[in-house]
Ligand binder design. Sequence first.
Ligand code: ADP
Ligand code: ADP
Ligand code: ZN
Length: 216
Amino acid sequence: MNIIFMGPPGAGKGTQAQTIVDEFQIPHISTGDAFRLAIKEGTPLGVEAQKYMDQGLLVPDEITIGIVRDRLQLADCQKGFLLDGFPRTISQAEALDGIVESMGKQITHVINLNVDRGLLLARLTGRRVCKSCGATYHVMFNPPAAENVCDKCSGPLIQRSDDTEEKVGTRLDEYTNKTAPLLNYYEAKGTLRQVNGEQDIDVVGKQICSILRGQA
Ligand code: ADP
Ligand code: ADP
Ligand code: ZN
């Protein structure tokens, strides 16, 4: 299974990815996570990416495509992969087609999580992530058992610097202008499946699993 998760920021891609990679034992490839790691490590890639991420803008295609190309070459992707947050532009999607073709594979599923813009704002401003393991929570919709402590590893929960109301507005505009047009791209290929991302986390997860198992 070679899967793409699409949907605006806050749609639940990362949350659902955790379930799917456990269930199907395939690597989770998140370009956002890759950039945040590079920033934490202070690499040249991190320094460059941060300029854009801090403003809520997409990182340029040349940089982003290179990361995914390198990651997909690693042996663990032979058994399948889940791309979360890539592609986000038409050029990225076209580049991905070339990369996947050169691997002798194809994208098998594109799952789009639909969530209304008003709800996305509430989801993103209330999002908290574990500083140690990256697990995702929400102060109201998916709180940890103990406030600001990760259920999985007891690490501290923090708010991402781009999850402020001001930056969320720019990020949602970037989505509408540059990423939403990709839905037509995958619709035309016949690989796109829509899932209502406003349902409970468990319900969304079950629907995605059914699609991936060919039962829906
Ligand atoms: P994305 O990766 O698409 O940006 P996340 O998975 O990080 O989105 O989810 C954004 C926020 O919304 C997080 O705080 C998460 O806990 C919460 N969330 C995710 N899915 C749901 C859902 N189905 N119902 C309510 N809250 C959700
Ligand atoms: P979210 O799903 O909540 O928007 P991500 O972690 O996927 O968060 O992305 C965070 C930021 O990383 C984006 O706002 C953007 O700056 C950068 N980024 C991630 N993926 C891409 C991509 N495919 N193309 C360009 N920039 C990206
Ligand atoms: Zn944790």
